[in-house]
Design a binder for this molecule. Structure first.
Ligand code: FAD
Ligand code: FO1
Length: 453
């Protein structure tokens, strides 16, 4: 497991306890193909120690509502069962990690804590708070990226073209098969939590106005089924049809990837080794590996990843030069949320997101760019886009989202284009541009009639 060492970072030497090794599961909510869990098990076995998994359930995760907690908890219920079958008890601690985890570490005399890598702000804050209130060694494992974020690059990359060559060079080392999690040989004598998703959801203090969706089922097995059906039925058309919302050619893996219910490495291995057309495979792997890992790179190296200040100098200048431009339309957050603009295409994309929890990828660019055009300032646009994206998307609250919005509104990972009103040199997208890509009227009909999403 040599490459495993490159995924692991010791973030605090600390003083080991005498009890089990604990994996603090958060981003990578799966038992199979989980490098953080594999590292925790390898360490526990090396010291003849039991292994436990702990998950802190915060009811105030930024932007999350019933929709996302439902998907997550129904997946975790299955994770807890799979782990206990391997003699690895799963503990679910309701509350903020800083309030619950230190006491858990203390009371079980945990010998060391393994966490999973996550570049978003709230997760860094959680880790810092837990480290301050504990003394044990803490390790951080990148189980989410194929090429670990901290190995791919030591700085913020300019764009896909700069990180692509770094990732390509390292893929042969990291895009390899993964060991199987074993039945744990050392028994902790501890009984884990009884995770009943429905009961937890009913007790959860969260926004219930954004309801669960029923077109996708959470869980590790369901994620692998979704991957298989994408490979068998849609992958072949990916590079030709992926930008047409009527062709239904996306993988629909993002909710599973966001909650870590499937390993990105597993997805890449199965796509690489399947018999689909090479152009389709390459197009998918470009998005799935380069674009996704570029998003982690951006959020990890840019603490203010969701702010105007994070935009490239050229973008800040051009947006400032056009700050006073007259906006052709101005909409409030409420009007945007209700899809009450003059643009039926935009309203329909918004409706697809609020109804299904998953807006088509091509339309997300158009959707965000129009928010820049129809709000009073770039700062207001960022805040509205993040609020709506994180509140309604199943895959929201993710580095991919903060980066997608920064690309659309602030030119991050993009270059200057022809200067125009409000946008300045930020890449522009138009209704007619969409109409040249797909049948806009039919897309509007399918969402309105409910046959889509
Ligand atoms: P597929 O096309 O099947 O892609 C497979 C996987 O590749 C995705 O799950 C994702 O992990 C990765 N990927 C694809 N496109 C991108 C991209 N542009 N950037 C980074 N990774 C990508 N993605 C999210 O996961 N969560 C979000 O909240 C989110 N918000 C976005 C907001 C805007 C304004 C934009 C422009 C993009 C956003 N994206 C987001 C990226 C992309 O649109 C989604 O990842 C994709 O549509 C998810 O559907 P899929 O898995 O079926 O896509
Ligand atoms: N991670 C946790 O460890 N505990 C939570 O309670 C939690 C809630 C949550 C709700 C919505 C959502 O989209 C993500 C949530 N996550 C939670 C984090 C998630 O697993 C990922 O770590 C990050 O969001 C992606 O970087």
């Amino acid at each position: 497991m040599g490459v495993l060492a490159q995924r692991v970072k010791c973030i605090r030497e600390g003083r080991p306890g005498r009890g089990p090794v604990a994996y603090w599961m958060s981003r990578d909510q799966r038992t199979v193909d989980n490098w953080a869990l594999l590292f925790a098990q390898e360490t526990a076995i090396a010291h003849s120690l039991p292994l436990v998994v702990v998950f802190c359930l915060s009811d105030s995760f930024p932007g999350a509502a019933l929709r996302q907690y439902g998907f997550m908890l129904r997946g975790l219920e299955k994770v807890s069962r799979s782990l206990s079958a391997l003699s690895i008890p799963f503990f679910l601690l309701p509350g903020d990690p800083a309030d619950t985890l230190p006491a858990f570490v203390e009371s079980r005399d945990i010998s060391l804590l393994v966490a999973d890598f996550d570049p978003i702000r709230v997760k860094r804050q959680w880790k810092e708070a837990v480290i301050r209130k504990t003394k044990v060694p803490v390790y951080d494992v990148d189980a989410h990226n194929i090429v670990p974020c901290r190995t791919a690059s030591d700085k913020r990359e300019y764009g896909a073209h700069t990180i692509r060559r770094k990732i390509r060079r390292l893929l042969p080392v990291f895009l390899d098969d993964m060991p199987i999690l074993q039945r744990h040989p050392w028994d902790s004598g501890l009984t884990g939590s009884d995770v009943d998703a429905q009961t937890l959801l009913e007790a959860l203090k969260t926004d219930r106005s954004v309801g669960e969706v029923d077109w996708i089922t959470p869980g590790e097995d369901e994620a692998r089924t979704a991957l298989r059906s994408f490979i068998e039925e849609r992958l072949d058309r990916y590079e030709t049809d992926r930008n047409d919302p009527l062709k239904d050619c996306q993988s629909n893996l993002s909710p599973y990837l966001h909650f870590g219910q499937i390993s990105a490495q597993r997805v890449a291995l199965e796509v690489r080794d399947c018999t689909a057309r090479i152009q389709a495979k390459d197009a998918f792997l470009e998005e799935h590996i380069v674009r996704r890992e570029l998003a982690d790179n951006y959020c990890y190296h840019t603490p203010g990843y969701d702010r105007f200040e994070a935009f490239p100098e050229w973008a800040k200048k051009t947006l400032n030069d056009h700050r006073a431009d007259r906006r052709p339309y101005l909409y409030s957050l409420r009007e945007l949320e209700m899809g009450q603009t003059h643009d039926e295409l935009w309203n329909t994309a918004q409706k697809e997101m609020t109804k299904t929890g998953k807006m088509h990828g091509y339309l997300r660019m158009y959707w965000a760019k129009k928010i820049l055009e129809w709000t009073g300032s770039p700062e207001e646009a960022i805040s509205a886009a993040i609020y709506l994206n994180d509140r309604y998307e199943l895959d929201g609250r993710d580095p991919n989202g903060y980066t997608g919005i920064a690309w659309s509104i602030g030119g991050v990972h993009d270059r200057p284009w022809g200067e125009r009103n409000v946008f300045g040199k930020i890449r522009y997208m138009s209704y007619n541009g969409c109409a040249s890509k797909f049948n806009v009227k039919r897309y509007i009909e399918t969402v309105r009639s409910g046959t889509r999403g």
